[in-house]
Design a protein around this ligand. Structure first.
Ligand code: AMP
Ligand code: TRP
Length: 330
């Protein structure tokens, strides 16, 4: 029997998860639990790069754990943990910072976007992708399921691993990004030219995974489409309608082209897309309620996850530290 391949991914504790997070990322994490040795990390250290209130960070970290469990992560089948509970993440980030260059971090588009126009930019925002590389490399992850927007950060993680191995001898596993084709970009329902996102306030354009069914139906009904009335899958010319087709397609395991062929009117497509999304998200909402009733149980699950994560992370960290010439302790 061959050992299961290792996958790792991370999610910021940035509040209510939306449909883009679920379809672009978390749904695939759930699917990966059985066929892979999967590690999933709530990246609270990364959240410190934002201006976030301490009490709020704590609450959101806990709530993100609830959301992930509600979405179907099962601590019996994967390792779910909070990044700051495994101190090797910060330690490994330092080792990697001593191999990364200013030039390559300056090229990161996420850094450019988040720092644009600001006169005071935190160092943590700049080194964010190195901490992300540490998250990945600590677990010898072969595959990293992420959304399209993380492609550049994954390239950096690969590059740092290759460079490390070249300079210090074979030590780190070189990871590969795994980016889904379907659901990789869920667009805002009100502004279908941009992706659904929690950083841009668009209450009517964003479906939260915990939205009430009536709200989901209302948001889909009000989704912006176009006025020519022709039902056709064409993301360039018809971004709003095509987004709804993609959503209906992923929720019902069809292709958008197949969906397009089944409708003559926008209204019917919207009705079915709304219903399909309500059904897709129903079990999540139900599980979330059950979990929220027992906060102690969630804390225990996270402690078990951290312990499992630590045993892998500490071994890799020691390997890397010693390869670089740090004296082994005792
Ligand atoms: P974020 O909300 O940006 O922290 O993203 C968390 C995860 O969800 C990442 O893997 C993203 O690539 C993914 N993601 C975020 N927004 C979307 C979206 N609109 N469509 C698809 N995937 C998304
Ligand atoms: N930067 C990622 C995002 O914003 C989150 C993240 C942190 C991550 N560490 C990771 C993703 C490690 C994959 C692997 O979505």
């Amino acid at each position: 029997m061959t050992a299961m391949s290792r996958v790792l991914s991370g999610l910021q504790p940035s509040g209510d998860l939306h449909l883009g997070n679920y379809l672009g990322a978390i749904r695939n994490w759930v699917a990966d639990q059985d066929a892979h040795d999967a590690f999933y990390c709530i990246v609270d250290l990364h959240a410190l790069t934002l201006d976030i209130d301490p009490a709020e960070l704590r609450t959101r970290t806990y709530e993100t754990a609830l959301d992930l469990l509600a979405a179907g992560l099962d601590p019996e089948r994967c390792t779910l943990f909070v990044q700051s509970h495994v101190t090797e993440h910060a330690e490994m980030a330092w080792l990697l910072e001593c191999t990364a260059t200013m030039g390559e971090l300056r090229r990161m588009t996420q850094f450019k976007d988040k720092s644009a126009g600001k006169d005071s930019v935190r160092v943590g925002l700049f080194t964010y992708p190195v901490l992300q590389a540490a998250d990945i490399l600590l677990y010898d992850a072969e595959r990293v399921p992420v959304g399209e927007d993380q492609r550049q950060h994954l390239e950096l993680a690969r590059e740092l691993a290759i460079r490390f191995n070249h300079r210090f001898g074979p030590t780190l596993v070189v990871p590969e990004a795994s980016i889904p084709k379907m659901g990789a970009r869920v667009m805002d329902l009100q502004h279908p030219e941009r992706k659904m996102s929690k950083s841009v306030a668009s209450p009517l354009g964003t479906i939260l995974i915990l939205d009430e069914p009536a709200d989901i139906l209302r948001k889909v009904r009000k989704a912006v489409t176009d006025t020519d009335g022709e039902v056709r899958y064409d993301p360039e010319a018809k971004p709003g309608l095509s987004n709804l087709m993609e959503l209906l397609a992923v929720a019902t395991e069809r292709t958008p082209e197949d969906v397009a062929g089944s409708y003559a009117r926008y209204g019917d497509l919207k009705d079915d897309a709304g219903e399909a999304l309500v059904e897709l998200l129903r079990p999540l909402r139900e599980r979330r309620e059950a979990l929220a009733a027992d906060p102690g149980a969630v804390a225990t699950l996270l402690a078990v996850g951290a312990k499992k994560a630590r045993s892998t992370a500490s071994a890799t960290y020691r390997r890397a530290a010693e390869a670089m010439g740090l004296l082994a302790p005792g």
